[in-house]
Design a protein around this ligand. Sequence first.
Ligand code: AGP
Length: 610
Amino acid sequence: MCGIVGAVAERNVVEILLEGLKRLEYRGYDSAGVALLQADGTFSRTRRIGKVQALADAVDASPVLGGTGIAHTRWATHGGVTEDNAHPHQSSDRIAVVHNGIIENYETLRSGLESQGYTFTSDTDTESIAHTVHSLLKTNETLLGAVQQAVARFHGAYGTVVMDKEDPSRIVVARSGSPLVIGLGLGENFVASDQMALLPVTRRFIFLEEGDVAEITRRSVSIFDANGAPVEREIIESNVEHDSGDKGGYRHYMLKEIHEQPTVVRNALQHRLVGNDIADNVFGEGADAIFASVKHVQIVACGTSYHSGMTARYWLEEFAGVSCNVEIASEFRYRKSVVLPNSLLITISQSGETADTLAALRLAKEIGYSSSLAICNVAGSSLVRESSLSYMTRAGAEIGVASTKAFTTQLAGFLLLTMALGKHNGMSSDTSNEIAHALHSLPAKLEETLTMTQGIEDLAEEFADKHHSLFLGRGDQYPIAMEGALKLKEISYIHAEAYASGELKHGPLALIDDEMPVIVVAPNNELLEKLKSNVEEVRARGGIMYVFADKDAHFKGDDTMRVIDVPHCDSPIAPIIYTVPLQLLSYYVALIKGTDVDQPRNLAKSVTVE
Ligand code: AGP
């Protein structure tokens, strides 16, 4: 959730570190800090509350120089948002540390270190890393040795980078539960919690594995596994677009990413959907053999990714005839569940680093799932590396904290998966052709749907002063209502709840009055008449409705019901199409309310802690 950047170079690295932090800022943005080893052998440390720009301004005002440095952008876990709690943390003016994750036994460590005479200046768990390493340097000749010994004392999750004033030629990094990637330069090397941070300086990366500790100098990278044995890790040439960190003229990343959807979905389908068939190995080598025996699918994910799993359940059961269960990863990982024979575990994640989803995957392997498929947007992420099969969503970098294009590309992937599993489960060629036809039309339909912007801008005005809202849908539109509600609450801070509309009369109907806007997603499908009855139940109680509907659904607007026409589309892609106006609605409501659209309060892009 926080962002880490580190560098060992001949040149001054402060600009590299700050640029890296800006690129990671979407992951955490409470406070930021940088520490450098200066040429005169002293530490310089600058920390600021707020965005990275506040730190950059401070560095501008009092410039610092140094070839070895570490930097961090924080999403607070232990200790409030204060300068004292911002990273880097130091020990005895010798050790500086940045850390992502949570050291769960920090209280025990802290009391032990205090009894050794260490004084803590923050409320963080991270400071105990700095003092532990410092204390172990008394009996270790090298920083590497001290860090290797230190990590054995930590329980919890960490990606950490440690710098020693007595040895400016190296930094030592350790990974367990929080990702770290080493960037290889010419006569200089780097580390970060995400390759995005380092794209301006290198495209050659080594993704550290669980338990790895590495020593990085200007000219060398030495990696040791969890047992302390030297290991070689593969060097990967990144093909992530260099300019993916730009807003491309849009006011916010979120708006840019909403508008990218036709293009990224087109890319996602290219060479995968060939005519009415799926190309080989779309889900990884050996997928076909695994799919042939799949009788049950268990999906685990969080947030928006969970909503795409919820949608996929309707498709997998209806079209492919495969039974499917969907569960929030943080629940799945902490309960005893029954593994049905011939089950495939599917994880969904934009980042591939979500702590709960990753833990759910690891648990699934322990309890007997023989195969796992990751539907993910980040190649080389932990989820992809630890799954037997993977499907890359090809959405491109998603920077806005509110997930948009990642969601719609996940759904496109699930329609392909429905076809692939259906093939082995007696899916008729009519059904398969229907899905393929719908998918071919999807990019153009998304383009058409984006032309709804003007109408939605006007509609957003009516929401801006509301405090609560309800979203309703039925069938595969129920998860889309959930996703619409999540988007609205996430970026506009308006309380929003979603219900399967048939559930309304079992309680939520009591909430209806003219201060409660009710948003309905209503494509023209077999549940339309049922949905219309639910709409009437709300109207009869004075509720104000906003119905996103297919023209052919023949909703008649009046004072109590605004009908917003959504382009007609084939049924299988309707959940994807109806997502777009809801994304636009929350975006424009947030814009009118003046909230921080790309970095909403209290949130972070990638939730790498529990
Ligand atoms: C959605 O807008 C969120 N930012 C959030 O719910 C997100 O989808 C969730 O944290 C899961 O992230 P992942 O897809 O990277 O695993």
